[in-house]
Design a protein around this ligand. Structure first.
Ligand SMILES: [Fe+2]
Length: 279
């Protein structure tokens, strides 16, 4: 097993690791350590069944179940094992068989609108368009570290409110669904396993800073969104079939670039539960 960095601020690539095989305890330990160090891990060249992906999730903790309300789950979900979600634009009778089918998706942390958001997400690529549909990962730790001391001080005790409308890929794009839960979390989140602080707001789901007037809240959030999304904190992943990526939702956020609507894109997603609320 070989681990090499993908970008200066975030991401590591793990070569020579077949996730269909039982791993040695020393290997899982190495993977967990690399996960804490890099926040995003790429395992290229995999051939995974759903159970293999769920087993891979368990390296990082307890595998999660689907939080999406039943009425907003595509029909095809009935044929998937519990804990596996389908991300796809493939349509049957004009209806997408999976979730989040089309186009660009703004930066976000998965499930930040819940009291205890998922610890990690694993995405496995099965069909990929010829261009676009890339996933960009931004390091919340690098973004926090590079803030001025006065900004760090200003953010110390602040909390933000997060809302998500299932299916939304752009802020304000609610696709007719009501918001399913909302949550308030600290703007600076500390990863209890590493002690590192990260910025914990995102353009898609963060709507306001608690206790500030709208204008001041908007100004602060827009500054933070622009700051967090700076290229120097980002790893831009172009998918290849067989890639499995796991990311740490506690200290990274991700976005999807646009892709041709006429081309098929199919990925399977599994999650890892967290055991505590952000602090
Ligand atoms: Fe996501």
């Amino acid at each position: 097993m070989k681990i090499s960095p993908l970008a200066p601020a975030i991401g590591g690539c793990i070569d020579d690791c077949d996730l269909t095989q039982a791993l040695e305890a020393t290997e899982t330990e190495q993977i967990r350590k690399a996960f804490l160090e890099h926040a995003v891990l790429l395992f290229p060249g995999q051939t995974l069944g759903h159970q293999d992906q769920l087993n891979a999730a368990q390296i990082f903790g307890e595998s999660g179940t689907l939080a999406r309300p039943k009425e907003f789950q595509p029909k095809a979900y009935g044929s998937l094992p519990d804990g596996i979600m389908m991300i796809s634009n493939i349509r049957e009778d004009g209806v997408p068989i999976g979730s989040l089918p089309d186009g660009e998706m703004m930066f976000h942390h998965d499930m930040i609108h819940r009291e205890i958001p998922d610890k990690a997400t694993l995405l496995y690529a099965v069909e990929i368009p010829s261009t676009g549909g890339d996933t960009w990962f931004a390091s919340g730790c690098a973004a926090y570290d590079s803030l001025s001391e006065s900004w760090k001080k200003r953010l110390e005790a602040l909390h933000a409110r997060h809302v998500y409308h299932y299916g939304s890929t752009q802020k304000g794009d609610k696709k007719g669904t009501p918001a399913f839960g909302e949550a308030i979390h600290p703007i600076v989140r500390t990863n209890h396993e590493t002690g590192r602080k990260s910025l914990y707001v995102n353009r898609l789901m963060t709507v306001s800073v608690v206790g500030l007037e709208t204008s001041e809240s908007d100004e602060m959030l827009n500054f933070l969104f622009d700051h967090c999304e700076h290229d120097k904190f980002v790893y831009k992943h172009q998918w290849t079939v067989g890639d499995l990526i796991v990311w740490d939702n506690r200290c990274s956020m991700h976005a999807r670039t646009d892709f041709p609507g006429g081309e098929r894109r199919l990925l399977f997603r599994a999650t890892v539960k967290d055991t505590r609320a952000p602090a």
